[in-house]
Structures are given as C-alpha cells and as structure tokens.
Design a protein around this ligand. Structure first.
Ligand code: SD4
Length: 338
C-alpha cells in the first residue's frame, strides 16, 4: 500500500465531466477556466512546506474559536485541548443561536445539542441530543477518553456528563423561549439561513498533528430526538491523522446521507488540496442527489497535514475563518452551484 506521502504525489483526476463541473463551480476564488473540470489537478511532486499551526472553522464567528485554539496551543496545550477550548468559546456565546447556550430549541422547546471531537489517531468521542450541558464538546472528549464507546445519546449522554462531575445548566435563554413560543403559533419551518451557525473547527499543529471538533444545537425546532450530521463521525467531522481533517455546516440530513466530511478527507488522500476536496465533495453529492444543489446546504472546511486549508459550499453566503501565527481572517468560501 502507498504511504500518504506517495499518495500526495499522485495525480488527482477529477471524476467530474468537464462541462458539468464548469457549469457548477462559480466560486470567487476559482474561475470556470481554472476549475477542476478544465484541467487535471496535479499535486506537487514534493511535499509542500508545512505552514502550521493553523486553525480553520466555519463562519465568521469561528475566528474567536480559532484564536482561542491558537492561544491554547501557545500556552502548551495539545491539539485536542486547542480544539476543545476553541469550541467552548462558541458554546457559551448566547448570540449564536445554533450552538450551545442560547441555541434554538427543538419543537418541544428543549435545547438538544450535538457535538463530536476526533484526534489524529482515529480516536473519537461524540454526544447526540444531549440536554442541560453547557459544553457538549467537553463531554464528547470525555466519552472518547473515559469510556469504551464513541457515541452517547440523549438521557444516557446527560447522565454520563453528570457522573463526570459536570453541573447541569438550563440552555434555553428567555429570548429563545419567546421566539419558540412565537414559532408555536405558525410552526413555520426555519429557513436555512436561520439555522446556520454550527461550529466545525479543524486544525493542523506545528508538527502536522491534526484534530477537529464540531458542536451545534442543530436545526431549529427540529423534532425531539432528531440528530444531525454534526456528532456523526464521518459526516459533520472527520480526521485522518495521515491526511487531513474536514468539518461541515449546513443541512445535516443532506450531509449525513453522503458522509460528507469523510468524502472531503478521502479526496485529500487522493491528492486534492483542501479546497479542491471540498469542491469535489459538493459536486459529487450534487451529481447524485435529485435535489438542486442550491437547496442542499452542504458546506465544508478542510485542512491537510501540510497546513493547507480551504472551504467550499453550496450556500452562496458560506464563509469560513482561518487563524495562523500571522493572524486571522474570514472570507467567502468557494460557492458551488448549478
Ligand atoms: C445540523 N448541520 O444539525 C447542523 C446544522 C448546521 O449551521 O450546520 N447549522 O443539521
């Protein structure tokens, strides 16, 4: 079997038909002429110089999480500490209505949270539909480190967290409770934009160590017990310590049917850059699914073991944040549409 280094030198052949891809990629940083459709994407003949540490996360607010992750690393934490501490920042932000405290509740008015974490050694922990817990990402880590399981759900996940000494917290804010009561009158489905603030945070450490995490309150006013892509290893997050890491935001029902983040990492394993891998994953899902891409809400961020990073999604407004030792920036991801 080829080593990852050999794999990275392989020629990466886009599987898409040329015309189709040219029609679909309308990214701001990838013109149709440059798109994967019109050329064979050849990965470098030598490994690129590693540019790490780097943290990459979904949306503009991810910047705060990235910077906390970088500070944690600088203070002597490891990559998993960095990811956990970074995501905890988002989880306590009451202004983010799709993650942690202040998250939008389910149809019964209960905030149910999903989160997962994964390291470079294929160890993972996850909690799904957990209630009353301020930091689901930390419980996910405890599942990984202190149990023989990968995933705990619902009442069992909550019980485990309390047994670990975590105090229960009411996660529904008064503001969200009032919104939910208004919603009860119409029960109108939440738009994609309103449900759109999951944090997926992936990073590459100075020595190439990869890790990632994801946390969300999920689709607003979902049915009680609904679990999205975010806590599912391979869907909302995947880390291959020898290749790269990827995370997702968007409509979990669509991401999880295709194991989205796993696909991104697999494209990187075959030589794609992180950005190419995100684009190819969205394209591949779009080709298979009867839904138009514009209605699928599939958005990914990725980093590889060289510290290269990228993002792409089917949502025109999808943005992502990057933090290196030089600073942070948030920018538009490549948009992939029909
Ligand atoms: C979910 N993927 O539960 C999450 C929602 C999301 O930004 O990403 N919001 O389906």
């Amino acid at each position: 079997m080829s080593s990852p280094a050999q794999l990275s030198r392989r020629t990466f052949l886009s599987t898409a038909a040329a015309a189709t891809v040219a029609d679909l990629v309308v990214g701001n940083r990838l013109s149709a002429e440059e798109s994967l459709s019109t050329q064979t994407v050849t990965s470098p003949t030598a490994d690129p110089v590693r540019q790490a540490p780097v943290f990459v996360s979904t949306w503009d607010f991810g910047r705060v999480a990235n910077e906390k992750a970088m500070a944690t690393l600088a203070a002597g934490g490891d990559m998993l500490d960095a990811i956990e501490q970074g995501i905890r920042e988002t989880e306590v932000d009451a202004d983010n209505h799709s993650v942690g405290f202040g998250g939008t509740p389910n149809a019964d008015g209960v905030v149910q949270l999903d989160a997962c974490i994964m390291n470079h050694l294929y160890n993972a922990g996850s909690v799904a539909a957990i209630e009353d817990i301020l930091h689901p990402i930390s419980v996910a880590r405890l599942v990984m480190e202190r149990t023989k399981h990968v995933m705990l759900a619902g009442a069992g996940a909550r019980k485990f967290a309390l047994e670990q000494g975590i105090e229960p917290t009411e996660m529904l804010t008064e503001e969200r409770r009032q919104k939910w009561q208004q919603w009860l009158k119409t029960q109108q489905e939440m738009s994609l934009e309103e449900s759109h603030d999951t944090i997926a945070l992936v990073g590459c450490g100075t020595d190439g160590t990869l890790s990632g995490g994801c946390s969300t309150s999920g689709w607003g006013y979902k049915l009680a017990g609904r679990v999205g892509d975010s806590p599912i290893i391979g869907s909302g997050l995947y880390v291959d310590g020898q290749v790269g890491a990827a995370g997702a935001t968007g409509l979990g029902e669509n991401v999880m049917r295709y194991c989205g983040s796993f696909q991104v990492v697999e494209f990187m394993a075959r030589g794609a850059t992180p950005e190419e891998a995100c684009i190819e994953t969205v394209l591949s899902m779009g080709r298979k699914d009867p839904l138009p891409l514009k209605d699928m809400s599939l958005n990914f961020v990725a980093v590889d073991r060289f510290g290269r990073y990228g993002g792409a999604g089917s949502d025109a407004g999808f943005r992502y944040s990057v933090t290196t030792v030089e600073g942070s920036q948030s920018s538009d991801a490549v948009t992939v549409q029909e």
